[in-house]
Design a binder for this molecule. Structure first.
Ligand SMILES: CC/C=C\C/C=C\C/C=C\CC/C=C/CC(=O)SCCNC(=O)CCNC(=O)[C@H](O)C(C)(C)COP(=O)(O)OP(=O)(O)OC[C@H]1O[C@@H](n2cnc3c(N)ncnc32)[C@H](O)[C@@H]1OP(=O)(O)O
Length: 322
């Protein structure tokens, strides 16, 4: 686009496709989603440079919704949806949050204007603290099963997601948090945090489908060591073993993911089918054994020894503050 021209008011600055998108977005904006932005751009767009025009354009094209601990921000200029976990204090995955993620991912999957998703966190220092331990400690039997089924369903959806998914890991990411990150197609992590499957430290066992991902990424030997000891990798270690693809300063995480996405100019069908070939064996394996997997989980969690260890672990988290 030529610097200083205006695709919004006259369409002369852009390609027909860009113009069509602009028209559609303008129509959406006229429904008063960003009236002040619209007024600002109308006033200034003819005199600004190409660079500030791009910024202006980005403001025009973003729509943000917030629901059940998730913020969904859609940039219709790039077709990228940023799904930001926003459930203080630590984005722990409880039943309702898992259901909310499952539903929202389904909506994004059906959104024809979305080509890729950035999964990130709106909280400081935390990407996701993994499963909500309070769901597993002294649980109600029915809720425990529903909780596990919701985790399975959400994971199957995320792992088999046909569009490109990238994790912007802006904080710690233990256990279930690492699962979320590992299920994305690409991972960029901020410096000085930790990631990994630390389940044994809580006296529990990482499910086979978590382990399958780990082995696929780390290899058998390293997985054996890391899983048995419940190792959490620092960002820098995670980069070395391939658990993440880039490590950058915190403020650069999102721009780095956005840049990476802009470079993935791959025909969507070919990329999606390739991902499906590589991944379906894993999610189908779980899909075919969901009931057995749930029973194993419930059996393990209800062991007295497991309950004791989970209780002590929860207490140790709370004692940190004292
Ligand atoms: C052979 C096979 C047989 C059977 C297999 C079948 C099935 C498998 C069975 C079981 C598998 C179950 C799988 C589980 C996977 C998981 O994800 S387990 C969860 C693991 N998560 C963690 O260990 C993280 C623990 N948290 C932390 O390390 C820190 O909190 C963290 C680094 C995330 C943040 O630190 P900080 O910013 O300092 O915050 P605080 O520690 O002060 O925490 C703030 C409050 O949040 C509470 N909290 C933290 N994490 C969790 C959590 N995961 N769930 C619930 N609550 C959490 C913490 O207690 C504080 O609460 P308070 O404010 O004190 O009330």
């Amino acid at each position: 686009m030529r610097a200083g021209t205006c695709a919004w008011n006259c369409g002369r600055g852009g390609s027909p496709l860009r113009y069509a998108n602009a028209e559609r977005s303008m129509a959406a904006l006229r429904t008063l989603r960003f009236p002040s932005c619209l007024a600002f751009c109308r006033k200034h767009v003819n005199s600004i440079t190409g660079r500030s025009f791009a910024k202006c354009q980005a403001r025009f094209l973003s729509s943000v919704t917030e629901r059940d601990g998730l913020q969904v921000s859609h940039n219709s200029n790039t077709g990228v949806v940023t799904l930001s976990m926003n459930k203080p204090p630590v984005n722990s995955l409880n039943l309702e949050f898992l259901q909310s993620m499952h539903k929202t991912l389904g909506e994004i999957q059906d959104d024809q204007d979305c080509r890729a998703v950035i999964l990130t966190s709106g909280l400081t220092n935390i990407f996701c603290a993994g499963l909500d331990i309070t769901e597993m400690y002294q649980p109600d039997d029915k809720r425990l099963r529903e909780f596990w089924t919701s985790l399975q369903d959400m994971w199957i959806r995320l792992y088999s997601f046909p569009k490109t998914t990238m994790a912007a890991i802006t904080g710690h990411s233990p256990a279930g948090g690492a699962l979320l990150a590992m299920s994305c197609d690409y991972r960029v992590m901020a410096e000085n945090f930790t990631i990994g499957l630390n389940e044994t430290k809580l006296g529990i066992v990482a499910p086979t489908w978590f382990i399958d991902l780990y082995v696929g990424i780390l290899g058998q030997r390293l997985s054996e060591l890391a899983l048995q000891t419940g190792k959490l990798f620092t960002s820098e270690e995670a980069l070395k073993v391939g658990l993440v693809d880039q490590v950058v300063p915190l403020n650069d995480v999102i721009p780095t993911v956005e840049k990476e996405l802009s470079e993935w100019k791959i025909p969507a069908l070919a990329r999606g089918m390739t991902k499906d070939v590589l991944r379906r064996i894993y999610w189908r394996k779980l899909q075919e054994t969901q009931d057995v997997d749930t029973e194993s989980f419930v059996f393990l969690i209800k062991q007295e020894k497991v309950q004791q260890t989970l209780g002590l672990y929860l207490q140790s988290l709370k004692n940190k503050k004292k």
